[in-house]
Ligand binder design. Structure first.
Ligand code: UT7
Length: 343
């Protein structure tokens, strides 16, 4: 039995009243990207922008754009298969699929059900969660609740998006920012001691405030216009709130577990803007070398950005078993949230 936090040597925080408990442990991870890369230079041919402006204001250098036949469910399926392979599992071992997306293949059925079908799964159940850029944190939190509640043993948690399909390609203030892709993890029930030395999800904190819904939204929908609509954002307004909301909810995760930025091995933030990521890490005194940044490669892939970043950093060996990892995101709604887990 572990007697302290592996890195800090501090005595782990005991959750009052809990001894052994079920934890949701990451068993596998995977990612999928469309074939086509679109660089900032390519973007200069589409709208009045420049590589210099995009890099300086956002840190983005390129993004992937889905082509014909590439959909949210096809990317989600590919990421899910990669995560299953890495876990040494097959679809038969999964009893729940949760897909975080705001760009479903169809208004219904859920993209998770599409992915279930693509995986040849006829058992278990599948549903989507829609919390825009915070979708993956919401999905991990939901999966953890199902696992700890005994309703599922192994959950495929997917973040998949094709935001290129809801962009206004005449609006330079938004179209340069987003990209397409998918990432997935397999969470599995495992017995833990109820301390922060356990592997698995240790705590999660979700927030929303719908009074900000006009700052980042899609101007269409089945019940309003009967059309899909295009993404609209008051970027400066969103920026104004981002760092405060992100750091508050990360702090809530530290407080709930008695951990500190020093205990953290990796911050894996939602990848919207390099300035927001750096500003949040700085405010919390999280060292820059502990921050996983992929916004330069993928742009903002909304609910897919965290699992893509996880797959990148775990795939290249940075995130290792036993590492303490903080996930955080903020986006349309507003929604925001953080989840602390031991990999
Ligand atoms: O993932 C969900 C959460 N979303 C976010 O976190 C996004 C939050 N917002 C942001 O990341 C930033 O606000 C942006 C990257 C969207 C914009 O950066 P900014 O530093 O806030 O720029 P700004 O909106 O204040 O615009 C500055 C200037 C404007 O020109 P004027 O009015 O100063 O003459 C814009 O018209 O930059 C202009 N501009 C552009 N110029 C070249 C806006 N978009 C572009 C562009 N290329 N693509």
């Amino acid at each position: 039995m572990p007697s302290g936090c592996p890195r800090s040597g501090r005595k782990p925080h005991e959750r009052r009243g809990l001894s052994n408990m079920i934890r949701s442990v990451v068993r596998g991870f995977g990612a999928a990207l469309p074939k086509r890369v679109m660089t900032n230079r390519d973007m200069e041919d589409v709208v009045d922008t420049s590589d210099e402006w995009i890099v300086q204001r956002t840190g983005i250098r390129q993004r992937y754009i889905a082509g014909e036949g590439e959909t949210t469910s096809s990317l989600g399926e590919a990421a899910a298969r990669a995560a299953l392979d890495r876990a040494g599992l097959t679809p038969a071992d999964i009893d729940l699929i949760i897909c975080a997306t705001s760009t479903p293949d169809n208004t219904f059925p859920a993209t998770a059900v599409n992915i279930q079908s693509r995986l040849g799964m006829h058992h278990g159940f599948a549903f989507d969660v829609q919390a825009v850029c915070t979708g993956f944190v919401y999905a991990v939190t939901t999966a953890d609740a199902y696992i700890r509640g005994g309703l599922a043993k192994r959950v495929l948690v997917i973040g998949a998006e094709t935001f290129s399909r809801i962009l206004d390609w005449n609006d330079r203030t938004t179209c340069v920012l987003f990209g397409d892709g998918a990432g997935a993890i397999v969470l599995e029930a495992a017995e833990g001691e109820g301390t922060t030395a356990d592997r698995g999800v240790l705590t999660a904190h979700l927030r929303s405030d719908g009074s900000h819904k006009e700052k980042l939204y899609v101007d269409g929908g089945p019940s309003t216009t009967g059309t899909v609509g295009k993404l609209r954002m008051e970027g400066r307004e969103v920026f104004k709130y981002a760092v405060g909301m992100i750091t508050d909810v990360i702090q809530a995760a530290f407080d709930a577990t008695g951990t500190t930025p020093d205990d953290l091995d990796w911050l894996v933030p939602h990848q919207a803007n390099r300035r927001i990521i750096d500003g949040s890490a700085k405010k919390l005194h999280i060292a820059p070398e502990k921050v996983v940044v992929t916004v330069d490669l993928h742009g903002n892939t909304s609910a897919a950005s965290i699992p893509l970043a996880l797959a990148t950093a775990a795939g290249d060996g940075r995130i290792k078993e036993g590492d303490l990892v903080m996930l955080e995101a903020m986006g349309g709604g507003f929604t925001w949230g953080a989840a602390l887990l031991r990999w």
